[in-house]
Design a protein around this ligand. Structure first.
Ligand code: PLP
Length: 387
């Protein structure tokens, strides 16, 4: 019997999505005006315990706005992860700055020890500014990604940022709902600890608006500036006055309608992600040359994506495993190729990236949709154990 296809990660519209989107269409407020965008902004802000948030067209746009609001510009350098989706890095180039790539730790997130090592060896503080000793450039900011919903080591990152006077941009696009439960940042959500943070509502993220993003910040003036830039920097509604070069990055009312319906279900989605993760962990961790990567202790992770680690003792290579699963109708994928190997980024500096390459060669992301049934998760396990 032909078995049905099991996708890696698909949206789940089991709630009020149709109703709210339909209401928006009936109201004829479908574009960037309308009441639902501010409502969705406030709902996300409340969820992550921040006073306000600014909605935009994508996580990528949000990261662009975040760097602009932080004043990162031409000639600056920005420390960035190499093990990430490229959208965490490209906005650095949009503002005319250059990334310096830093490797990860076992959390798959940027490793604070490597950041400190890099800065000790290659940077100096001059008039309170962190300078790259080789290029002379101002290392102005650091972009940290909470990979697969796993909280980066924010204690370490924030200590370094303070010492070296770096702006911290949190790419929390994969980590909405992830928060510390213990320690210095207990109760704090990913995205709200650094200077400015960004969420994504792309179709494969925990909740989706089709495409969309959200910016939060501990600097109210930066957030206001991000909003201004997202709306063509229009300073006079009636007379179309624009006081700087802005962007058409504002979220639409239709997207916000979808987002509000999705946000109502976020805790159910996370519960489902955790249940499936625990099932995979019990069935696969330490079995048949597999490991399941953990999430950081002392946090409640949203468990967005699961990382199956394939030991070198496994009879099959990573790509053979992916192909064998595909032949059984199961979609998986390798982790992203290192950004230092992409586009024209090989020309940029990269430090301490061996472990990132190690994980890239050995990790497979396995099905994690919030509507994945236990029977389907069992099928994934059965096929993996048969290889
Ligand atoms: C999804 C994602 C983004 C970009 O979000 P979009 O909404 O797709 O533009 C940025 N960084 C990381 C790490 C992501 O996973």
């Amino acid at each position: 019997m032909e078995q049905h296809f099991i996708p890696l990660s698909v949206p789940n519209f089991a709630g009020n999505e149709r109703k709210y989107v339909n209401d928006a269409v009936v109201s004829e407020w479908v574009s960037t005006g309308g009441s639902l965008v501010p409502k969705f902004e406030q709902a996300i802000a409340d969820y992550v315990h921040m006073p306000a948030a600014v909605a935009c067209t994508s996580g990528t746009a949000g990261l662009h706005l975040a760097l602009l609001a932080a004043g990162v510009g031409p000639g600056d350098e920005v420390l960035a992860p190499t093990l990430t989706f490229i959208a965490a890095v490209n906005p650095i180039r949009y503002v005319g700055a250059q990334p310096v790539f830093i490797g990860c730790g076992d959390s798959l997130c940027m490793c604070p020890t490597l950041v400190e090592e890099y800065l000790q060896a290659h940077a100096e503080l001059r008039d309170g500014q962190c300078r790259n000793k080789a290029t002379g450039a101002h290392i102005k900011a650091l972009v940290v990604v909470h990979v697969f919903g796993n909280m980066a080591s924010m204690e370490g990152i924030m200590d370094i940022a303070q010492k070296w006077n770096l702006v911290v941009v949190e790419d929390a696009t994969e980590a909405l709902g992830t928060c510390y439960t213990e320690g210095r940042y207990a109760g704090k959500f990913a995205g709200t600890i650094g200077d400015i943070g960004v969420y994504s509502f792309n179709g494969n993220k925990l909740i989706t608006t089709g495409s969309g993003g959200m910016v939060v910040s501990n600097h109210p003036d930066w957030l206001a500036h991000a909003k201004h830039l997202s709306t063509q920097a229009k300073s006079d509604e009636l007379n179309y006055k624009h006081d700087e070069v802005g962007y058409n990055y504002r979220m639409t009312n239709l997207q916000a309608a979808l987002g509000l319906a999705q946000l109502e279900q976020i805790e159910d989605f996370i519960r489902h992600k955790i249940d499936t993760y625990n099932f995979y962990y019990e069935q696969l961790h330490g079995k048949h040359n597999y490991g399941i990567q953990p999430f950081r202790p002392g946090t409640r992770s949203n468990h967005w994506f699961y990382s199956l680690y394939v030991y070198d003792t496994h009879p099959m290579k990573r790509d053979e495993i992916i192909a064998a699963l595909k032949a059984q109708g199961i979609q998986t994928r390798p982790i992203w190729g290192l950004i230092q190997d992409q586009a024209d980024y090989p020309k940029n500096e990269a430090y301490g990236t061996d472990l990132a390459r190690h994980y890239w060669e050995r990790i497979v992301n396995i099905p994690c949709s919030t509507n994945l049934t236990r029977a389907d998760a069992q099928r994934v396990v059965d096929v993996l154990l048969s290889l």
